[in-house]
Design a protein around this ligand. Structure first.
Ligand code: PXG
Length: 287
């Protein structure tokens, strides 16, 4: 039986319930993290915990426990579920309140930890690469809601994701309010141009992905120059290689955008090397 952590208790999945008055449900008022578990060990847990606290801080939601206690709670939930390889969803909602926006009228924040399996992209996509389209839905304007906050309100990304799936793509490219390349609906994007690895900087209005940062580190270790820079779609159309990074996707090659092949229309050498290095890292860090 899957055990779910809610506010200090490990409950059977069926008993793990939250009020319908919770502002996480009523308004998407809360923050979350999606974290991978490899061989029973939580990957980059500190980075995920730090980002969760930053997201909470940004929406003025004070987490009701210390980082150390939350870290221990994540590990305990993983252990209680005998998880080898899997996925942790860490959610903090504003708590239950009245049918009104005012966050002062909510109860205590609710802390939920789910440790379960994850559905991955099919194996062939890692070998053959995936196709992308550009969504017409742009990333939230950073002065409306910062993309750096991993909030429970993902409508912006979901609308773009629907555009992707309608076009037969598992992901979709999102531009920012300036028309620059930002990221995909749940993944960061990279290109290789003349041997240089390029990815939009955090200023482009993106989530600062933990996989992204790990891959930047791996590329630098491998002697590949990395630039966090402004990219427009033109750069993607003329790129030699392209790939996405994310907790769920890890490193996945992209072979076309808007029906145009990228590079030779197949996963490139730097992409394949970084994919292998990332797999080694996730196994190595957990060995
Ligand atoms: N951009 C956005 C908008 C995201 O939601 C990423 C980039 C990649 O960040 P990380 O830190 O994961 O490298 C994300 C993360 C899912 C799922 O079930 C999506 C994410 C994370 C975990 C699961 O689709 N998105």
């Amino acid at each position: 039986m899957t055990k779910v952590y809610i506010n200090g208790k490990l409950l059977d999945k069926e008993q793990a319930t939250i009020s319908v008055y919770d502002h996480g449900l009523l308004y998407g008022d809360g923050v979350f993290e999606g974290i991978r578990v490899y061989d029973g060990k939580v990957f980059r847990l500190k980075e995920h915990i730090d980002r969760l606290y930053e997201s909470g801080r940004a929406i003025r939601l004070e987490l009701p426990m210390t980082r150390a206690d939350l870290t221990a709670a994540v590990k305990a939930t993983v252990a209680a579920n005998n998880l080898g390889d899997g996925y942790v969803r860490l959610v903090v909602t504003r708590g239950s309140g009245y049918l009104g926006l005012d966050p002062r009228k909510t109860s205590d924040p609710q802390v939920i930890i789910i440790a379960d399996t994850i559905t991955l992209y099919p194996r062939e996509m890692y070998e053959q690469g995936l196709k992308l389209i550009t969504a017409s839905t742009i990333r939230n304007h950073p002065q409306a809601l910062s993309a750096r906050i991993k909030s429970l309100n993902y409508l912006n990304n979901i609308l773009a994701k629907i555009e992707g799936t309608d076009a037969g793509c598992v992901e979709a490219l999102m531009l920012n309010h300036k028309g620059e390349v930002a990221e995909c609906t749940g993944d960061n994007i990279f290109i290789v141009q003349k041997g240089v690895l390029k990815t939009p900087s955090v200023d482009a209005g993106i989530l600062e992905g933990i996989t992204r940062n790990a891959v930047i580190g791996l590329a630098r270790e491998a002697g590949v120059m990395v630039l966090e820079t402004t990219l427009i779609r033109h750069d993607l159309y003329i790129a030699d290689e392209c790939f996405l990074t994310g907790t769920a996707a890890e490193v996945i090659p992209v072979v076309s955008l808007d029906g145009r092949p990228i590079g030779e229309g197949k996963p490139g050498p730097i992409t394949r090397d970084l994919l292998a290095r990332f797999q080694k890292l996730t196994r190595g860090e957990t060995a």
